[in-house]
Design a protein around this ligand. Structure first.
Ligand code: WQD
Length: 345
């Protein structure tokens, strides 16, 4: 009997890629998503890729009653992989209460339902923003977390603390937080990928939308940082590599291989790339000249961060396999397929 996994936010960018990997590894998947930042058509595309249509429940996890009813209905869940959250850094500064309510009460409702219905394992989508600007690079899991630069980042820190305290108080609950660096790229099929609503905040969707002509020009936020070419450094990780780590983390708990009831791991490549290096990789692998200009720094940006991946590599037996060129190639293939085929208008 295949193990059944609940994926919250499973029609979203990272969620959909994780659902594909779960199904391809023989897991049965239930998705809960409120479709506030994704489209129902993603279910069709997941089915096209894997041949299996995930069970889909549509509601927001801040509804405690519906959340509990979901666990009563699917009373054979082995684990929860929790992606559903509001995640726009800038928006969180304008609407902090929306972020605290959505991101934190959703987690609390899930944990209450897990306890009540004896679902013991949670993989939580966290972020390297918990480190702020690290004092030492590459940044390891032992590095101190710093006061968050945004309410969004703060919700990630608070949620990790909720998981730590819950797992320590209730022996039946185990949790693993995965601290993502910068997820980019798309599935090789070009049927699923990043599809931000409105004007993209993040670098790579802005690059691909500029290349396809949806955006006039990419603004590069600052070239006076203390980096090789003056632009910020980030650790970009392919979304498929990232998705695979979630299954490994779930299995670590399902097979009781964890060393503690609450664990957290960096999910990065261990390599930092500047903004200009990302642009150059995009241009060379896709044979495109990108229209961009250097402008002032973006408030709130940290200068540089990249992951020390030793603990994740060793403890999870997981390593990234895809490089920056493949990230840029798959991101572009997705953007073209999306605009030419998937979005009719
Ligand atoms: C990357 C670099 C920008 C856009 C945030 C969140 C993180 C995660 C990913 C949710 C920076 C530069 C960007 C542009 C640019 N979010 N940039 N022009 O800020 O590192 O991380 O998004 O999960 O939690 O903190 O990602 O892609 O916005 O920026 O020059 O139009 O690209 O200054 O140096 P970031 P990003």
């Amino acid at each position: 009997m295949n193990k059944k996994i609940l994926v919250t936010g499973g029609t979203g960018y990272i969620g959909s890629h994780t659902v594909v990997e779960l199904q391809q590894q023989g897991y049965e998947v239930v998705i809960v998503d409120d479709l506030s930042n994704s489209d129902i058509e993603v279910l069709d595309r997941i089915e096209t890729i894997t041949g299996i249509r995930p069970t889909f429940e549509q509601f927001n996890l801040i509804d405690a009653e519906k959340t509990d009813a979901l666990f009563a209905k699917h009373n054979d869940l082995s684990a929860v992989i929790h992606f559903a959250a509001s995640k726009a850094v800038g928006e969180s500064v304008e609407k902090p209460l929306l972020y605290y309510q959505n991101n934190i009460s959703s987690l609390i409702n899930l944990l209450n339902a897990m306890r009540k219905h004896n679902v013991q394992n949670m993989v939580f989508s966290s972020s390297c923003t918990v480190y702020g600007q690290p004092d030492v690079l590459p940044v390891t899991e032992e590095a101190p977390t710093k006061p968050a630069e945004s309410p969004y980042g703060n919700t990630k820190q608070i949620c990790e603390e909720i998981l730590r305290d819950t797992a320590s108080a209730y022996p039946e609950i185990k949790a693993i937080a995965l601290r993502y660096f910068n997820p980019v790229g798309a599935h090789d099929s070009a049927l699923i990928g990043e599809l931000p609503k409105g004007v993209p905040m993040n670098l790579v969707p802005f690059i691909t939308q500029t290349a396809i002509g949806l955006r006039e020009q990419l603004s590069v936020f600052g070239s006076d940082y203390d980096t090789p070419d003056g632009t910020c450094i980030r650790d970009y990780i392919h979304v498929v590599d990232l998705a695979k780590a979630h299954i490994i983390a779930a299995e670590r708990m399902l097979e009781a291989k964890g060393k503690a009831d609450f664990e957290f791991f960096n999910l990065g490549t261990g390599t930092g790339s500047t903004v200009l290096q990302v642009i150059k990789a995009f241009e060379s692998v896709n044979g495109i000249k990108l229209n961009y200009k250097i402008v002032d720094r973006r408030p709130g940006d940290i200068e540089k961060i990249w992951a020390d991946t030793d603990i994740a590599n060793k403890e999870l037996g997981w390593k990234t396999e895809r490089d920056l060129d493949n990230m840029m190639e798959t991101a572009w293939k997705w953007e073209k397929n999306l605009r030419e085929n998937l979005i009719k208008n």
